[in-house]
Design a protein around this ligand. Structure first.
Ligand SMILES: [Ca+2]
Ligand SMILES: [Ca+2]
Ligand SMILES: [Ca+2]
Length: 179
């Protein structure tokens, strides 16, 4: 089981608002990183990657309040459910992990063209559990980071030939866009 727990299954018909109420443990009306992290499961016994939680919250937290309100949570909920479906689609052997070949198929499916060598780099970077493959939370994180870096690169690669020439300060600005 990967994704939200409980309930971990998308076929359960609780609305995002009901879900938000149960996730908002301190009843503040805002779902914090900690509350979201506690509600999430990556299908293993390790806690859901806090960096992934922060990435997701910041994507939907429009007023920079350090969490999401119940309306924004609906977006978070859908976002995670979508990732859950993607993860299941590419986890061909249902192992609960994405191995190198599965990652290759997923990212190729998203339109990335990366070398075999670079997939080793990705696994090394995002395999938080040191299993040689990536869990659900780390898979999301890998895709988010790759997307962000690619977006920044594309902004500079105006002729889209896959090459850019940047000055030191442009380089710093690029990195600051991501970190
Ligand atoms: Ca709260
Ligand atoms: Ca697998
Ligand atoms: Ca170029």
């Amino acid at each position: 089981p990967v994704g939200l727990s409980p309930p971990p299954h998308p076929h359960q018909t609780r609305s995002p608002i009901d879900q938000a109420h149960s996730v908002d443990k301190d009843r503040s009306g805002v779902i914090s990183d900690t509350e979201l992290q506690q509600a999430l499961s990556n299908g293993t016994w390790t806690p859901f990657n806090p960096v992934t939680v922060r990435s997701i919250i910041s994507m939907f937290d429009r007023e920079n309040k350090g969490g999401v309100n119940f309306n924004e949570f609906a977006g978070v909920w859908k976002y995670i459910t979508d990732w859950q479906n993607i993860f299941r689609t590419y986890d061909r052997d249902n192992s609960g992990f994405i191995d190198k070949n599965e990652l290759k198929q997923a990212l190729t499916g998203f339109g990335y063209r990366l070398s075999d060598q670079f997939y080793n780099t990705l696994i090394e970077k995002f395999d938080r559990q040191r299993k040689g493959q990536v869990a659900f939370d780390d898979f999301i994180q890998c895709c988010i980071v790759l997307q962000r870096l690619t977006d920044v690169f594309r902004r500079y690669d105006t002729d889209q030939d896959g090459w850019i020439q940047v000055s030191y300060e442009q380089y710093l600005s690029m990195v600051f866009n991501v970190v």
